[in-house]
Design a protein around this ligand. Structure first.
Ligand SMILES: *Cc1c(COP(=O)(O)O)cnc(C)c1O
Length: 362
């Protein structure tokens, strides 16, 4: 079923973002009548059998799609990846211990700030000198830190790790904006976490996928709400989980599986990114802002060489039904977010607009 092409709006929003059309239909139906129960999913106990099945399925799909080891655990919490920035040092940095980070942009900067609140935090490398337009390479992760944290995809600046850094220390990654966009070797990571709203579902849930054996060694007493080990052992039901966000995430994960899993997503995403970056490079009117080798497959950032042309370009893409491609204020220009659910047809529409605009302004 190709429902995507029936969409009239080509949604490039950076997050919350496009989800599959069929997910919206199922999600809407579940609000009216969840699986024929006569109840809305919004009025059911999170302890009810049907919702427990939703949670188990969502957790199982996270592990299955990413090929996680059997003993890894999955929890869905509120608070966004931003709360994760604080939970990471609380749960992984020993009292009197150390952490290490790489600074690749706004979200990494915030993660570092939260770690500094908890303890000794080393910033091994940063790309701030060039407005975060590249991924620093060649740094060494010291073996004596309690963990090493990085941000796999920099949503705002349009850069992405093509190869993950090597680390003798436990590896922790904020994958908010490229989780489920490509295969990853989960057993390399102590923790992968991310806000759902960029590639997995709606806002309101944050996914944590972790090795429980790595938890509980800091010597720090934690509030149960901030304790990942607690949430893991309580099956993500220590308190009321964000039920609807978990449900819609589950539907999206089912869609990914049906489409062929993260391998298929990787192929689709590579095709979309190639189509757009090719236009950016081919048309002299446009310039990509990220270093070519570090370009994100998810968020393509670019500018018009002559900013005076922006109003005319804006009018053209709006007329074509394109939405959400204005760049983040810290980069300017444009950002086309091409998450899993964005069909290649939408990218073709944008490329056609760019070509048409280039011809008119040649
Ligand atoms: C959006 C984003 C965040 C912040 O997520 P919230 O869920 O809004 O807290 C963190 N990291 C990355 C990479 C992001 O793209």
């Amino acid at each position: 079923m190709n429902v995507a092409t029936t969409k009239k709006v080509h949604n490039y929003s950076a997050g919350p973002c496009i989800l599959p059309q069929e997910v919206f239909q199922q999600a809407a139906q579940a609000i009216l009548d969840f699986e024929g129960s006569g109840l809305s999913i919004l009025e059911m106990s999170h302890r009810s059998k049907p919702f427990e099945a939703v949670m188990a399925k969502a957790q199982g799909l996270v592990k299955e799609l990413l090929g996680a080891p059997e003993h890894y655990q999955v929890v869905f919490l509120g608070g966004g990846a931003s709360l994760g920035f604080h939970m990471v040092p609380l749960n992984y940095m020993k009292v009197g211990g150390k952490s290490a980070y790489v600074n690749t942009g706004e979200w990494a900067t915030r993660a570092i700030k939260e770690s500094k609140l908890v303890g000794d935090t080393q910033v091994l490398a940063s790309s701030e000198d060039k407005n975060f337009s590249y991924i620093p390479k060649g740094f060494q992760v010291p073996a004596d830190v309690d963990y090493f944290h990085f941000t796999s995809n920099n949503t705002i600046f349009g850069t992405q790790y093509k190869q993950f850094p090597k680390s003798a220390a436990p590896l922790i990654c904020d994958m908010s904006s490229d989780i489920f966009s490509r295969p990853v070797n989960v057993s390399d990571f102590a923790l992968i976490y991310g806000g759902a709203q960029k590639n997995m579902g709606p806002a309101g849930a944050t996914v944590y996928l972790f090795d429980p054996e790595r938890l509980g060694h800091t010597g720090r007493k934690l509030s149960p709400m901030l304790d990942l080990k607690n949430h893991g052992s309580k099956e993500s039901m220590y308190n009321t989980p964000p039920v609807y966000a978990v449900y819609v995430s589950m539907l999206t994960l089912e869609w990914i599986k049906k489409m062929g899993g993260v391998q298929a997503m990787e192929r689709r995403n590579a095709e979309k990114a190639a189509l757009l970056y090719n236009a950016i490079d081919r048309l002299p009117l446009f310039n990509g802002t990220a270093a070519v080798e570090d370009r994100s497959v998810m968020n393509a950032t670019f500018v018009l060489n002559d900013a005076a042309l922006e109003p005319a370009f804006d009018a053209l893409w709006k007329e074509a039904g394109i939405s959400g491609i204005r760049g983040h204020r810290s980069v300017g220009g444009y950002r086309a977010s091409m998450y899993n659910a964005l069909p290649i047809e939408s990218v073709q529409v944008l490329v056609d607009v760019m070509e048409h605009f280039a011809q008119k302004n040649a």
